[in-house]
Design a binder for this molecule. Structure first.
Ligand code: MG
Length: 308
């Protein structure tokens, strides 16, 4: 059971506590012999890793990656105090353990959202390395938050192909950054204020390779329960061909304490920056820090096989 945070700011007013509900699932798909995706869905960390390497090496790499994240102390305490620099330390740890276990033969992507609190305000701390993706449906807007580290994304950025052409490009699966392989182990990070009713989707490319963003949005905006949405997304990917392992996590946020005028920007920052300089500064007046409800579901670190 998670411990409740006890800090309360001097300007605290009564208010509801942030509530997260989530669902998760993975499927080997219809063509692959192994499921090399891994994931962690354990408040406050929701992340998907897509292993590469074949002959179980990819499965080992993605499993080591989520296991490294599971070692972050805040998963045990329930505190929403994880920072990008802390995450980056654990990614370096994951990178090292993958190299030890598999030489340079295996790597993994990693993306996800970590729920953090700054001055009593909740934020999604989104991270990404590779081409798994984190999306957000917020206030009626559906957006891909993460930016792929892939050859086709570089071609799109250079204006050489369109995003639509990228989806069918022969080199669309070539990842330019991953953990366990290559020189670059630094993830990209984004900090976004949690808005009332936000729905975040974290998924591997087995989902986005089969479904267009419009298809994903249609399911996310019509299926109410997070677990039902996850199941519908995975089934749709399988119906579309299921050519790769497919993994999805859906997280809904409600009872978001809101401080008008705060957190309307979504700055991007790197873990090298200090929090003081780079985090958005919510107004102190009216900021609410409430003890979090007991988490109904214990942290689950699940790799490979479907949950059901
Ligand atoms: Mg994949």
């Amino acid at each position: 059971m998670n411990q409740l945070p006890t800090s309360v700011s001097s300007t605290t007013q009564p208010g509801p506590a942030l509530s997260l509900t989530y669902g998760y699932g993975t499927d080997r798909g219809l063509r692959r012999e192994l499921n090399e995706d891994s994931y962690i869905a354990a408040d406050p960390v929701f992340a998907v890793a897509d292993g590469m390497g074949g002959h179980e090496a990819g499965e080992i790499a993605s499993g080591l990656c989520v296991r490294a994240l599971a070692g972050i102390p805040q998963l045990a305490t329930g505190e929403r105090s994880i920072t990008a620099s802390v995450l980056q330390q654990y990614l370096v740890r994951a990178d090292n353990s993958i190299r030890e276990a598999a030489g340079a033969r295996a790597g993994t992507t990693l993306t996800g959202a970590v729920v953090v609190e700054q001055m009593g305000m909740p934020y999604w701390l989104v991270l990404n390395i590779g081409d798994s993706r984190t999306y957000r449906l917020s206030q009626g807007r559906f957006e891909q938050i993460s930016v792929d580290h892939s050859e086709v994304q570089e071609l799109v950025d250079a204006g050489e192909i369109t995003a639509q052409e990228a989806t069918v490009h022969p080199r669309r699966h070539v990842v330019t950054r991953a953990l366990g392989t290559g020189d670059e182990t630094e993830a990209d990070y984004w900090l976004l204020p949690v808005e009332e009713g936000d729905r975040v989707l974290v998924c591997s490319d087995g989902l986005t390779g089969e479904l267009a963003d419009e298809d994903i949005l249609r399911i996310l905006s019509t299926v109410a329960q997070p677990q039902d949405a996850v199941d519908a997304l995975i089934q749709a990917a399988l119906r579309s061909g299921g050519r790769d392992n497919v993994t999805a996590i859906v997280v809904d946020a409600s009872n978001v304490a809101h401080d008008d005028g705060a957190g309307t920007t979504a700055p991007r920052y790197s873990p090298g920056d200090t929090d003081e300089e780079t985090l958005p500064r919510p107004l102190a007046n009216g900021a609410v820090t409430q003890p979090l409800p007991e988490q109904a579901e214990a942290g689950a670190v699940i790799e490979g096989e479907p949950r059901r």
